[in-house]
Design a protein around this ligand. Structure first.
Ligand code: NAG
Ligand code: NAG
Ligand code: NAG
Ligand code: NAG
Length: 176
């Protein structure tokens, strides 16, 4: 809790600085990479970017859970590129089943609120079958501008029943 407050405080400070210095920031996906470590449970059908307009790339993810998942942890690491990717921003571990019930993690809220309307994961555990993110592109007005311009990656490790089962890594740029 203390840690979450500290991060929130850090974010609101950064938010104010960015807003004042730079009124407009745009976001663009630059790459997506997913990998399954157990294909008898998790199958990656699609994980790629698609150009939908000039300067707009949409992210499509289609992952099948072949068995119900009741125990899902998400380990997120957010890195900024600067002579290689560095852990500039933050990392966080989220209990996904608890989160989807309580929406109790400020970092997960930032990410989830941006993509939830493009996804079918808005329900409680268990998860089974196709997990989808369809033609997702962040509309600029939805983005909380808390980061300086640059290249970023959000690395997401998904731990099902205490085993690292798959990763979804999304690369993007903010630019002014
Ligand atoms: C892969 O998932 C299947 C289905 O849940 C499970 O039975 C098996 O033990 C898993 N294999 C490994 C190596 O974790
Ligand atoms: C997701 O992938 C599965 C397996 O290939 C396919 O049957 C399903 O139609 C796909 N869903 C969407 C919405 O593309
Ligand atoms: C963040 O990463 C550090 C170093 O790998 C780790 O010790 C810490 O537990 C992580 N924090 C969270 C909230 O996952
Ligand atoms: C799905 O999202 C809507 C809007 O955010 C929310 O009101 C609703 O409770 C959610 N449904 C579930 C099952 O979580």
């Amino acid at each position: 809790m203390k840690r979450a407050l500290k991060i929130l405080f850090f974010m609101s400070c950064t938010f104010l600085i960015v807003i004042c210095a730079k009124p407009k920031v745009y976001i663009k996906f630059t790459n997506a990479h997913c990998q399954s470590f157990n294909k008898s449970w998790v199958v990656i059908n699609e994980c790629r970017l698609r150009a939908i307009k000039r300067d707009v790339t949409a992210l499509n993810i289609n992952i099948t859970f072949r068995h119900p998942a009741n125990d899902i942890k998400l380990y997120m690491v957010f890195l900024k590129k600067a002579n290689g990717y560095k852990p500039f921003v933050l990392n966080s571990t989220v209990d996904a089943c608890e989160y989807i019930l309580k929406r109790n993690n400020p970092i997960a809220n930032l990410v989830y609120n941006i993509f939830k309307s493009f996804s079918n994961i808005n329900h409680t555990c268990p998860y089974m079958g196709d997990q989808l993110l369809l033609n997702f592109y962040p509309k600029n007005e939805l983005i909380t501008l808390f980061l300086p311009a640059g290249d970023y990656v959000l690395l997401m490790d998904w731990i099902l029943s205490k085993k690292k089962m798959f990763t979804t890594n999304v690369y993007f740029s903010f630019y002014g």
